[in-house]
Design a protein around this ligand. Structure first.
Ligand SMILES: [Zn+2]
Ligand SMILES: [Zn+2]
Length: 427
């Protein structure tokens, strides 16, 4: 069918095949190819489930940081995981919703009287099952409000309530590492009901609904849009009612200083989600002052993928335990050369010190990421959450020096397949 040809040879840049004990890469296509493929689609249903692999990850956004990087059009961090016809999202950084539509929204067109037209609104997200947030930084959830409303109309809860799973309220501000004293946004500084400086996923969602109530109410009342509060099922990691911490885990004492030993203690992975297509486990990683920050592992019948989330290189072994032997590790990275040149000579008290401190403590450089992947014993390392987004690919590939496996420098709309492509027997 044309859709398979378009999906396999035009939309996707690279695909990873696992089989016969070896890895094989095949070149695929660019975002521009997506538009060309769309133009050639006279009538089609969504392409979800029609790729070459039963399990596959589509990188929707491959940069990070609360900034726009000059010279790059990478969207902020986001991934779509497809297992058969089931779809999952991991993070929704700014720009992710546009990439989601580019990747999957091919609509339903017909030709009437020689005129091509769309008869109905597209519901290309109707096989969506869950959204996972690694942590609550805007470069991982900036498009969440857009997704909540427009995604609902695109059918994310057409078959079942959508599970939205993310960190809970950490209960206190992070340590002030830089000496900077900004306004703390709470009920005291803003109008109620903003009652906490560190809302978790549930509170954040409620506040988004409140903030955009004119749109949500208008659409639900006047335009037949889905009733959002009734079709989402928000669950917080660490909430005893939904996803409790693993037994033996001690929630950090809010009165003790915030150190990495407290925000990223050594722990065993624990299950946060399961259905008939996959099992998802999580562990804490070291995003330094940001707690909790998670890595997720997705196990399917075809293989396993791990998303590191934002983390420094020392997770007290947590990431190594979670990712042990996985087929694919998608790991954040920051360009070591950029750090050394942009922050050369910066010392405590300088204006650039807070950002330099954050970069050095909460992220993983090209000098370290390969070693981490090697310790995780993964077959393939995919670099994403690339900072700066404009870092040359050749410099990012320096990560290979400490990693013997396959290295892929991520790009928006790149697809990574897991397991054998369809039509081939398992190894
Ligand atoms: Zn980030
Ligand atoms: Zn972050």
């Amino acid at each position: 069918m044309h859709s398979r040809k378009g999906f396999g040879s035009k939309m996707l840049r690279r695909t990873l095949l696992k089989g016969m004990g070896a890895l094989a890469l095949a070149p695929l296509v660019t975002g521009l190819g997506v538009k060309n493929a769309l133009a050639s689609q006279p009538s089609d249903k969504p392409r979800i489930g029609r790729g070459r692999h039963n399990t596959r990850l589509v990188l929707l956004g491959t940069t990070g940081g609360m900034t726009w990087w000059p010279g790059s059009n990478r969207a902020s961090n986001s991934q779509a995981l497809l297992v058969g016809d089931a779809m999952y999202l991991i993070d929704l950084g700014f720009g992710a919703c546009a990439r989601l539509a580019e990747a999957f929204n091919f609509g339903h067109f017909v030709t009437i009287g020689g005129q091509r037209t769309q008869l109905e609104l597209s519901t290309f997200l109707s096989d969506m099952r869950a959204v996972f947030f690694t942590h609550l930084h805007m470069d991982h959830l900036g498009d969440y409000p857009t997704f909540l409303e427009i995604g609902a109309r695109a059918g994310y809860a057409e078959k079942r309530p959508l599970a939205i799973i993310g960190p809970g309220d950490r209960g206190r501000l992070e340590e002030n590492m830089s000496g900077y004293k900004g306004t703390v946004i709470t009920a005291e500084s803003r109008n109620p009901p903003f009652a906490t400086p560190t809302p978790g996923t549930k509170s954040m969602t409620d506040h988004i609904l409140q903030a955009f109530a004119q749109t949500f109410n208008n659409c639900a009342q006047d335009e037949g849009y889905p009733d959002i509060p009734k079709i989402i099922d928000v669950r917080e990691i660490g909430d005893p009612k939904t996803i409790p911490w693993p037994s033996g885990f001690v929630v950090p004492d809010p009165n003790k200083p915030w150190t990495a030993d407290i925000t990223c203690p050594s722990m065993k992975p624990f299950e946060i989600y399961k259905d008939d297509r996959l099992r998802v486990t999580a562990t804490l990683v070291d995003h330094y002052e940001v707690y909790p920050a998670f890595a997720f592992r997705f196990d399917t019948e075809d293989g396993s993928l791990v998303i590191s989330g934002d983390t420094g290189p020392d997770t007290r072994g947590n990431l190594q335990t979670l990712a042990n032997g996985a087929d694919v590790l998608v790991h954040e990275v920051i360009d070591d050369f950029w750090i050394k040149t942009s922050f050369k000579g910066v010392k405590e008290g300088d204006p650039a010190w807070p950002l330099y401190h954050h970069v050095m403590t909460a992220h993983t450089s090209t000098a370290d990421v390969g070693r981490v992947a090697q310790q995780c014993r993964v077959k393939t390392l995919v670099l994403s959450h690339i900072a700066p987004a404009n870092a040359p690919v050749a410099r990012l590939r320096l990560a290979q020096q400490n990693f013997p496996g396959e290295l892929i420098v991520g790009e928006d709309l790149m697809e990574i397949g897991v397991g054998n492509p369809r039509g081939r027997s398992k190894a």
